[in-house]
Design a protein around this ligand. Sequence first.
Ligand code: LRH
Ligand code: MN
Length: 401
Amino acid sequence: MSHPAGQESRVHAVLDDLSIELPSWGFADTGTRFGKFVQPGAAIDFNDKLADAAEVHRLTGCCPRIALHVLWDLQSEQSAEDVKSNTRQHGLQIGSMNPNLFQDQEYRFGSLCHADAAVGQRAMQHCIESIQLGQQLGSKVVTLWLADGTNYPGQDSIRRRKRQLSDCLRQLHEHLAADQTFLIEYKPFEPAFYHTDIADWGMSMSLARTMGSQAKVLVDTGHHYQSQNIEQIVAWLLDEGMLGGFHFNDRRYADDDLTLGAIDPYQIFRIFCEILSYAHDAGQTPRIEYMVDQSHNLKPKIEAMIQTVLTAQELAAKAALVDFHFLTERQSAHDLVECERHLKQAFFTDVTDLLAGWRTKKGITADPLTTYRESGHAEQIAAERTQRRRELGIVAGGTYA
Ligand code: LRH
Ligand code: MN
């Protein structure tokens, strides 16, 4: 299929810039509160997570970093040097560090927002250790999501928690290395169901502003109310210089963590359009951390991750087809129909050949998902890990209660 002049180079330039960080936890067995469905090929330990992320990077050529969840991936006996060399051996780099302030019993009523100073202190200590571990591991990003909130009106003072949280974040900023960025993730609800201390983009941006110059906002696409216009939030954060990154996933109802584009691919296309429109007007591509945050309860995990990365590339490539000079001209003419038609035309354009061309140029397979499905890799790791689980006496699965 021939494409108008300039489109191929625009698409390839956008794909060259689109480096996607994979979540270590996307390769391990996960579940819902109603149970955990185990997969024979699921990662058993950190080394498996590295091997699986490396397989996705080998096939897609655009996932050089793996995000770590500090308590899920880093055991105390592992030295930072071990983790670093192990990661390098798999041809990967350490991406963002994710402190975990949501699974310990004492965080029942919050962590950094907890009224009990001792609990708050322990939470601060974990954040400081995560920041320092990141420095030892060469990680440039710390992403903080807090489950903190309340379940009932009157349960606690929202303003006290806000002020305490802001103080904590200001202190944490002092511990950052000059090249570290701190991303504050917001979420409107779950696990708290009355108020969440960092519930939306405005609260996150306000906290990031008072925290310090190295703090920005993390947009998890699954953390919005149904009718919220996410691309408008992205446009605002770009214009404020406060967009730090994304946790990509999709949802039908709440924080469903489904594979990207499974429900609303046009949503992600519109987000990429806001980013490319900003880049067009600013004459430069903003530094954005593109990260995946999904849990693959039913789909084979590596296939789901490859599918996710390919979907992000496809939707970014479609957004690159938009001629923002033409669009701006039509917008100033209030030519609503042509503006919408131009976006829809790009969205419905088949970019398979442009993507294949970019992959061939990079020396990787033109069709990573089919190549993986026909490689026998899934069957091979399922057999090997089933055997290893048996040897380790790991009885997989588990009920909620
Ligand atoms: C919270 C969240 C957060 C991660 C977790 C795995 O819902 O999006 O980013 O720590 O999922
Ligand atoms: Mn997230």
